[in-house]
Design a protein around this ligand. Structure first.
Ligand code: TRP
Ligand code: SF4
Length: 430
């Protein structure tokens, strides 16, 4: 199994934990956050890498950054909305929000010009983000940010063709701009830790699970570029210098840092190592990265990620703009939307009679899935629908009508806000 970020595949989510080492996003991760949103409560955000660091920053009121990206291709649909729902929530919790417009990736992999990509990004995505409630934050274009491109280029030295081919399955005929897209994405993710953008701090990248290869790749590059590595072992931790220059100085510097954080057990210059007892590994890591920067190293802390499940299209496969008849777009006209809803795959029985007798199957129903993805926010209301469907009290016609009305109100309101959003664009774009 390989995850291809540029294809539209269906995922067996259970396998991702074992095959790729994604951690489960358990209830304990968010239970005590203020008003936990539907995407946590309903398991839509289901996996993560290193979210504990973000969790600690939230709990302790420490600064952290969120960075995510949008691919300016096609129209924005309900599947794209979930990442912005998350950004809006974290923004309320105090995160510094950064959004990359992946115009270089759209150029490299979808054949858009940068100009076309810019237009799509603004008209289809950014206006909707503002309309959905994203407050002023930083939105930038990959092609216009030289820090992003510098990181991509400089860190590419830590990688080679075999590595990218193993992750992405590129072939001899893959164009080089496409091959370079993951490096640019690494630039997106890491550049927020440069001094110009707030410095070394925890960074969360909330994405759909198709983006995990980029996250793995970025984390590999970030750690390959460090001068120190920290390896915890039972009750002690080993701090190793990974380079051949300035070894003594780097060990001296590390000693200083460790003294402020715990106690040194042993220093072994011939192993380029210090063994110590330290409680707060994250802050040790951060201060060591600061030392590295004094030595001109391009050092970054490992970014964290969360993964959300994709919303299904109305036919039950992944929602995608390439199959518009089964996707719900944020700019759909009501009549268009009504037709799609009415034709959606449900978990209903072939006749009303049978359904009354045996009940429906909300687990297999696209209308029910839409409800869970935020169309209905109240858990009690959702439970009621589930129960009424299961025991045959409610029929699909009724249920679809309800979905139509709710979505129709939502789209009306959004359209109005989208019009007002245009005047606010300059609070988001540089
Ligand atoms: N590759 C992402 C997509 O296809 C877009 C993207 C670009 C991105 N840079 C990013 C996502 C950084 C998260 C973080 O949708
Ligand atoms: Fe889906 Fe509603 Fe029909 Fe149940 S009654 S299968 S939830 S549309």
């Amino acid at each position: 199994m390989i995850i291809d970020p540029w294809s539209s595949q269906n995922y067996e989510y259970e396998k991702l934990f074992e095959n790729f080492g994604i951690s489960r996003f358990e209830r304990e991760m968010w239970n005590d956050f203020p008003s936990p949103p539907f995407f946590f409560r309903r398991g839509i955000v289901f996996g993560h890498r290193g979210f504990d660091v973000i969790r600690n920053s939230i709990k302790n009121g420490k600064p952290w950054a969120l960075l995510t990206g949008l691919m300016p291709s096609g129209k924005m649909h309900f599947g794209h909305k979930i990442v912005i729902d998350q950004a809006i929530y974290y923004q309320k919790l105090g995160a510094d929000i950064n959004i990359a417009v992946a115009d270089m990736e759209a150029y490299a992999t979808r054949g858009y010009s940068l100009k076309e990509a810019e237009k799509i990004a603004i008209e289809e995505y950014i206006l909707n983000y503002i309309a959905l409630g994203l407050k002023p934050c930083r939105i930038y274009f990959q092609s216009k940010n030289h820090h992003v491109k510098d990181i991509a280029y400089l860190l590419s030295k830590k990688s080679n063709l075999s590595q990218v081919n193993a992750i992405y399955g590129f072939s001899g005929s893959t164009n080089m701009a496409h091959v370079f897209a993951p490096f640019i994405q690494t630039g997106d993710i890491l550049h927020v830790q440069l001094e110009e953008y707030g410095g070394l701090r925890p960074t969360l990248v909330p994405v759909g699970v198709d983006q995990d290869p980029h996250i793995r790749f970025c984390r590999d590059l970030a750690s390959a570029n460090r001068l120190y590595s920290i390896i915890p072992k039972e009750d002690r931790v080993g701090i190793f210098v990974k380079v051949d220059d300035n070894i003594k100085e780097l060990l001296d510097e590390a000693e200083e840092v460790i003294k402020g954080k715990g106690s040194i057990l042993e220093r072994k210059d011939d192993y380029k190592a210090i063994y110590a007892r330290v409680d707060d590994l994250f802050s040790l890591d951060k201060e060591l990265a600061e030392v590295e920067r004094k030595y001109d190293a391009y050092s970054f802390l490992l970014p964290s990620s969360t993964y959300h499940r994709f919303i299904s299209g109305l036919d039950g496969n992944k929602m995608s703009s390439s199959r518009p008849q089964y996707a719900l777009f944020l700019s759909d006209e009501k009549e268009q939307m009504r037709k799609k809803i009415m034709a959606a795959k449900t978990g209903g029985k072939i006749s009303a009679e049978e359904q009354k007798k045996y009940g429906g199957e909300p687990e297999k129903c696209m209308i029910y899935e839409l409800f869970t993805y935020g169309i209905i926010n109240d858990d009690k209301e959702l439970e009621e629908i589930y129960g009424d469907c299961k025991n045959g009290k409610m029929l699909c016609g009724q249920c679809k009508k309800r979905a139509y009305e709710l979505i129709s109100n939502f789209l009306d309101e959004l359209k109005e806000k989208r019009e007002q959003a245009r005047d606010m664009l300059n609070e988001y774009l540089p």
